[in-house]
Design a protein around this ligand. Sequence first.
Ligand SMILES: [Cu+2]
Length: 136
Amino acid sequence: MKKIIISIGIILVVLLAVIAVSYPAGEEENKPEESQNTIEADVIMPTKVSRPGCEETDSCYIPSISNVKQGQTITWKNEDVAFHSVTSGIYGSPTPLFDSGHLDPEQKFSFTFDEKGSFDYFCTLHPWMAGKVIVE
Ligand SMILES: [Cu+2]
């Protein structure tokens, strides 16, 4: 009877040791995924911009003008419930620099600006949606 109790005791100690060792490792595994999901967006597409009006207050993309240094990356996030895009150029006259395609709600798009200059962008679905990135 004593042996059985001792055996159970040993098994418990081993189990606790295994749990203690594997727990921090499991936490570490989750970290990269977590940090990817929490990458801050630099520019937001807020709700209701799929209807005209946001252009009157320059709030179709927030902020509508982004100032960055050469080599910096900008991340846009669609926080609306409709599709939007982030497309370089102006409506009716896109440039080949970048194009997110249709972004689903909650979807993000990133672009790295390697050249200096002023870069207009717009939404291919909503002509009134326009923004600008100034790279210095
Ligand atoms: Cu749009």
